[in-house]
Design a protein around this ligand. Structure first.
Ligand code: SAM
Length: 294
């Protein structure tokens, strides 16, 4: 792609707000006042990159062409992530969630575990889930483990598919895990095929209702913080409908389901909250259960 030079792109407040609206309508990502500077900077970068002199040129192109739209969107995505981002969540997965699912599914044939990493960015989250499952489930190879990892950003997914990480990106992987689950390549440390084959990556916009099949676990961490209240509600309802009874939803640390009228049971376990979809035959439970330090 040719890089055009345009030293002073013109962008009015109205054009900027139209661009924000376009992105919000299509993805649910809401840029509030605190993120205006970020959007304005990134939009100007994109205008410069594409050689658009005015905001209206970029807007027109993004409305007309998917390629232009995706180029703009890629600039505006926040894709920060890391392996085992919240250790308490992976601890809860190891000690509470997987043992429970193991008992629940023990006699199933085939014994399938379906996980959705919604907003997986460059792949660290779904690979962390896969590693935790491989380390926790007895005879993991006797299970069909299907981790669907989706994101709206194509560039991030390209990195995710390679499974190659360097430097800071693998700082939170222990030396034992590095030795066990990664191989060294000239480009960096690559997740071993045994772990990679548990994960399937796909480009998917959470604002469009795509049927995913039933899931035992859904991770949607640090994605909905950028969504409007209304979109958040709709997505939580969709996650609820997608989960198997007795399945779990895991959110990022600063996210909660308060004010959202969906009947999950919230289990507080050390530093994380697990949202469990009630199952028929459950003993009556309070809506909030504390099992560890709050
Ligand atoms: C901050 S990252 C979080 C990554 C990972 N879940 C974590 O917690 O480390 C947010 C991700 O959500 C994705 N995202 C934002 N809006 C989305 C949408 N409408 N559909 C799918 N993915 C979206 C972004 O591309 C980005 O990769």
């Amino acid at each position: 792609m040719t890089e055009h030079q345009n030293p002073t792109p013109e962008l009015t407040d109205h054009e900027l707000s139209e661009i924000r609206l376009l992105i919000e309508e299509r993805t649910g990502i809401h840029f509030d006042a605190s993120r205006l500077r970020f959007v304005s900077l990134r939009v100007r970068e994109q205008m410069q990159h594409k050689g658009f002199a005015r905001g209206s040129d970029l807007l027109r192109a993004a409305r007309r062409s998917n390629v232009e739209y995706e180029g703009l969107l890629e600039r505006l995505l926040t894709q920060e992530t890391s392996f085992f981002r919240y250790p308490a969540v992976y601890d809860a997965l190891r000690k509470r969630v997987l043992p429970e699912l193991h008992v629940k599914k023990f006699w199933n044939n085939p014994r399938t575990l379906r996980v959705w990493s919604a907003g997986c960015s460059t792949g660290e989250e779904p690979y962390s889930i896969a590693i935790t499952i491989a380390e926790t489930l007895n005879s993991a190879e006797a299970w069909n483990i299907e981790i669907m990892a989706t994101d709206v950003g194509r560039q991030a997914l390209k990195i995710a598919e390679t499974g190659i990480y360097n430097g800071q990106r693998i700082a939170s992987v222990t030396p034992d895990q590095l030795a066990l689950h990664f191989t060294t390549t000239p480009a960096g440390c690559q997740v071993r095929p045994r772990i990679r084959k548990m994960v399937t990556f796909a480009q998917m916009n959470l604002a469009s209702a795509v049927y995913m099949g039933r899931m035992d676990l859904i991770f949607c961490m640090n994605v909905m913080i950028y969504f409007s209240e209304e979109r958040r509600r709709a997505l939580i309802q969709r996650f609820y409908d997608t989960l198997e009874p007795g399945g779990y939803l895991l959110l990022g640390h600063s996210e909660s389901l308060s004010k959202i009228p969906v009947k999950f049971q919230a289990i507080v376990l050390n530093e994380c909250i697990l949202y469990r979809k009630p199952a028929p035959g459950d003993q009556p439970q309070p809506e909030l259960v504390t099992e560890g330090r709050a």
